[in-house]
Design a protein around this ligand. Structure first.
Ligand SMILES: Nc1ncnc2c1ncn2[C@@H]1O[C@H](COP(=O)(O)OP(=O)(O)OP(=O)(O)O)[C@@H](O)[C@H]1O
Ligand SMILES: [Mg+2]
Length: 134
């Protein structure tokens, strides 16, 4: 899933979803996000997969990534902005996934409104500021 800032006040959300494994979801998401960023569309790539392959595709050395990640955003109400990372591309930001996401669905099972947590957390000031290094 990623967010692309379209105009001054318009952000488009694109999700790459397929129930079947190994069909190119991550490859599509990473390359599309990078291509949009290279076209100077301010883009946030959100890695919802506990495998973290999209995260590794953008930041290969995950050892220094630390927290917070999307898991803390979903479970601990950490603000989205705190978990977003810059990337080597000025117009691309990353909200990294983490292996902890594997338990998120179970941990949220008794939380009301759990399906809206990401939606409600995405007050993305991060997409309002413009690209880095500008
Ligand atoms: N257009 C393509 N042509 C050829 N190979 C591709 C293409 N897109 C992806 N692949 C390859 O297919 C494999 C699976 O891709 P990817 O990891 O993106 O799938 P996925 O749907 O995210 O998998 P998972 O369900 O495990 O998350 C990878 O080895 C990737 O390099
Ligand atoms: Mg994948």
């Amino acid at each position: 899933m990623f967010h692309v800032k379209q105009g001054r006040d318009v952000t488009r959300i694109l999700s790459v979803v397929n129930q079947k494994g190994g069909v190119g979801k991550t490859t599509t998401a990473v390359n599309l996000a990078a291509a949009l960023a290279m076209a100077e569309r301010l883009t946030l790539l959100v890695d919802l997969d506990p495998q973290g392959n999209a995260t590794a595709g953008i930041i290969p050395d995950r050892s220094g990534l630390g927290i917070p990640t999307l898991y803390e955003v979903l479970l601990d109400a950490t603000p989205t902005e705190a978990a977003c990372r810059p990337t080597p591309l000025p117009y691309l930001m990353l909200l990294p996934g983490s292996p902890d996401l594997v338990g998120a669905e179970v941990e949220l099972v008794e939380v009301s409104g759990r399906e809206g947590r990401l939606r409600h957390s995405r007050r993305l000031q991060v997409l309002r500021g413009g690209p880095r290094n500008r």
